[in-house]
Design a protein around this ligand. Structure first.
Ligand SMILES: [Zn+2]
Length: 292
C-alpha cells in the first residue's frame, strides 16, 4: 500500500526530478494514468511540458512512496489534451477518488484545498499587506501586522437515516443529476456541533426527527474545501416534507426498490453501499466497513 507523508510547511518549486508524482488539476478534473487512479510522473508529461503548457510553479504536497509529490492547476483556457496520450488521461476528481489508493487521494485533496486557499489569501484581511508562508507550519503570516492564516476547512455532515431494518431515507437535491437520490447533507454552522447540525439539516430539508446519531467516518471533499463527516441516524418521528428549495423529493426506499444513487468515490455512496450490505446496524460492523 502506498504511503503519503504531507509536507510540514507550504513550499513551492519550479523543477523536480523525472520521478516526481504530479497532481495536475484543471477545473474539477485531474490527470491520471490509464487505470484511473494513479498520479502521473513528470516523465509522463513531456508532451505538455514541451508544448509549453505546464505552469512554471508547483506546490509541494509532500512525499508519495518516498518520492516528491507536487501539484499545480492548469488555467481553464489551457489545452489540457496536450498532456494525454502516453498513458495519461483526464478524469473527474470524484472518479479518481473512487479508483485511487488512499495515499493518492490524500495528496490530490491536499493540493486542491491548499491551492484554493493560497489563491484566496494573496492579501491580509486585516491590513492588505502580502502574507508569507510560515517556516514552522502550514500557515501564512502577514509580514506587516503579523496576522496568521490557516487553511480553511469547512466541515459538513452527511447522514444515512434508516427506518427499521429495510428502509433508508434518500432525497433528490436540485443540484443533483436528474433522478439521482442521495443522503441528507449540509454544512456545520457557526456555534454548532456536528449532532446539532445533523438534527437541524434534517428538520430543515425533510421535516423529520432522528435519534441514535452515530459517527461512521470522514472524507476530504475538496470542492472546494469540505470535510465530510459521515453519520447514521434512526428515524424517530414526523412526516417527510421536502423543503422544495434544495430538496425536491424525498422518501424511504427499500433495498429492492432503490432509485439512482451517486457514483462511487463519495462518502455518500460508501454509506449507501454499507447499508445495502446490511452493515449499518451494529457499531462494530460499521467501523470495519468504512476502511478501504
Ligand atoms: Zn496584515
Amino acid at each position: 500500500m502506498k504511503k503519503f507523508i504531507p509536507g510540514q510547511v507550504i513550499s513551492f518549486c519550479e523543477e523536480r526530478g523525472e520521478d516526481a508524482h504530479v497532481c495536475l488539476l484543471q477545473g474539477t478534473k485531474i490527470l491520471t494514468m490509464r487505470d484511473g487512479g494513479e498520479l502521473p510522473r513528470i516523465r509522463d508529461l513531456n508532451a505538455g511540458i514541451n508544448a509549453g503548457i505546464m505552469p512554471k510553479r508547483f506546490l509541494v504536497a509532500g512525499e508519495l512512496d518516498g518520492t516528491d509529490c507536487i501539484g499545480t492547476i492548469l488555467p481553464k483556457e489551457a489545452d489540457g489534451e496536450a498532456f494525454t496520450g502516453n498513458g495519461a488521461e483526464w478524469v473527474e476528481l470524484r472518479a479518481f477518488f473512487a479508483a485511487a489508493e488512499e495515499a493518492e487521494s490524500y495528496a490530490a485533496g491536499r493540493i486542491r484545498v491548499l491551492w484554493n486557499w493560497i489563491k484566496q489569501h494573496k492579501f491580509c484581511g486585516g491590513c492588505g499587506s502580502e502574507p508569507e508562508a510560515s517556516r514552522s507550519d502550514i500557515s501564512l503570516k502577514c509580514k506587516n501586522c503579523g496576522a496568521m492564516y490557516y487553511p480553511q476547512i469547512a466541515p459538513a455532515v452527511i447522514v444515512a437515516i434508516t427506518r427499521g431494518n429495510d428502509e433508508i431515507l434518500l432525497a433528490h437535491n436540485v443540484k443533483f443529476r436528474p433522478e439521482v437520490h442521495s443522503l441528507i447533507a449540509g454544512f456545520v454552522e457557526a456555534g454548532e456541533n456536528a449532532e446539532q447540525a445533523i438534527r437541524r439539516e434534517i428538520m430543515e430539508e425533510v421535516g423529520i426527527e432522528v435519534s441514535n446519531i452515530r459517527y461512521l467516518g470522514s472524507q476530504c471533499w475538496p470542492f472546494p474545501n469540505s470535510l465530510m463527516l459521515g453519520y447514521t441516524a434512526e428515524y424517530a418521528g414526523g412526516t417527510i416534507k421536502p423543503d422544495e428549495t434544495e430538496i425536491q423529493t424525498a422518501g424511504f426506499f427499500r433495498r429492492n426498490a432503490m432509485p439512482a444513487i451517486p457514483s462511487p468515490g463519495s462518502i455518500a455512496r460508501k454509506l449507501i453501499d454499507l447499508w445495502m450490505k446490511g452493515e449499518i446496524s451494529s457499531i462494530k460492523k460499521q467501523r470495519r466497513g468504512l476502511q478501504k
